[in-house]
Unconditional design. Sequence first.
Length: 635
Amino acid sequence: MKAVLYAVISNQGAVWYVSLDMRVDLAVWFGQYGDSIRIRMLEPAISFGQAVVLRDRMNAIKWLHKEINVPHIWVSKVSGEAAASGISVFAADKSSRWTLMDCDIKQWRAYQQVPGGSVTIQGQELSRFIELMQGRSLLWDEVKQLLEHYGFQAASADPLAYVQAAYLYGYFLLEQGIRKQEGRSWLRSKQNYQCHRCGGEIQQMMITECMFCGQECPYCEQCLTMGRSRFCSVTVRSALPVASNTVERQVRCPDEGDSLEKYLSPWGLSEIQAEASGQALLFLKGNELKKLNKPPNTSSKFLIWAVTGAGKTEMIFPMIQYTVSKGGRVVVATPRRDVVLELKPRLEKAFAPTPVVTLYGGSEQRWDVAPIMIATTHQLLRFERAFDLVIIDELDAFPYHNNPMLQYAAEKVCKTDGATILLSATPPIQLQKAASRRQLPHVKVTARYHRHPLPVPALIAMSPLRQQIQKATLSSKITQKMTESIQRGAQLFVFVPKIYMVEPLTELLSKTFPQVVTQGTSSKDEHRAQKVMDFRAKQTRILVTTTILERGVTIPKSDVLILDADEPIFDSAALVQMAGRAGRSADDPAGSVYFAAKEKTRAQVEAIRQIKSMNSIARKKGYLRDKGGPASEGK
């Protein structure tokens, strides 16, 4: 995008600015200061990225008063700073690329009489536009889509003018899609780039010739699916708090006598769930009490480390109610679209009539806002400092886990005085260490709502699954355990490490157990959703699958069999999640879990240790109905 670099000259000196539409800037400056100023513009227009770099460099120069009225000094200094920034200062014929043009109030008034020389801003549209942009951070094409979605007439016809007006009045910030950062290594200075939207750095950049820059220009490949963020592109974001009452919340201390019980009692939580939610509410309340003394640009985090099947969705209801009742905005972010769609009816029912908006790829509510929002973590890239409470569900799951882009997005959407709640049954090791060192406030939910211990996996030795498939014969130990599950009326999850194993194993099991229906599915299965529905409806008794179903599917009476459990893809977190499919119902709390493999791995040992540890803590706290010793947990 092209932009104009210009200086406002007054008796106090010169200050440089960047404009997307000079008609707006001339109207604002001359309308406010009249003939006490003049404008000096650099021509021709240059790319927005180059204009921002030069603006900052020119404003860092200390100008002597006698230099203000010497044009050739200006051209020389601009050219020098441009060359130092790697910006070409020559035209194709090797002549000077730029000239400077002065404009005073008389010239501006004459210019207004020329067709297209003036612009009219509709106040109502501008106000509505500013309101809708609160908390958003959008590329230029997305800004235009927002305007079109809400049916703006004048702003859609002249978006540059409206964005520039909101920027000059202090409502918007205009930033480069890719920022250049100067750094120094041990031997030499070096340049680095960072994507404003996703945090990607030079490793994620592609540098190409650009029609706007006229030279090499980087763009970010890491978030390319969300639109192209590049050095010369404009990122428009709100400079305002999200809601008008948020300003009041920042300066007004919360009522220390505010009872938290009224946020816990409506939801019918179990004693275990209520204790965890109560701890999180105390954290939120304490965060409000001390937020005036918090360092800038920091948000507070709280971890809810809950065993699988603990009912963590219900546990977040009090935190949502607490935040919304105080005029705040909440986002529940989850890595997967299907979880977004599953959560929507539950939250709509729980918090009616408060509106709930869902954001995911292809969502019809893409540009809507509400006090409660549910989003895939990718959709957070379009927000910045937007939410008072950010709840990250399944933070250990793909694609959030080990994804710096999504972690960056989750960080930047929380207000500086906001809070983030992290939910996980298997938090990453660095969070576990931070919690154990008391560096991360947290609560452990060590038992399920039905107060029975978690099923502890048993180890089964077997030959590699690939060999069994090739021989078309399953290990007798495996068939024995599966027979026991079928005879007791349970449904059976059978997890395998490779997609190619799903189909042949499904055929083998169908022949081995012809009396029951067996199906297989994976991430490449177009009919996965239907097969999961059939499994939930008990039409399928055995479901062969990959880690794609390690979480999110609850079957009241089920057992779990993990084949080739020594494969690297089955780390301790995945094993705990898969084991967590069993024993979730009060009617069948002691489902069976088997780790079948040729070798016992560290991941298997760690998964069993974590499960036993949670059971032990829950038993010491008196949460379990089971009063027995370790023998009651299984072997």
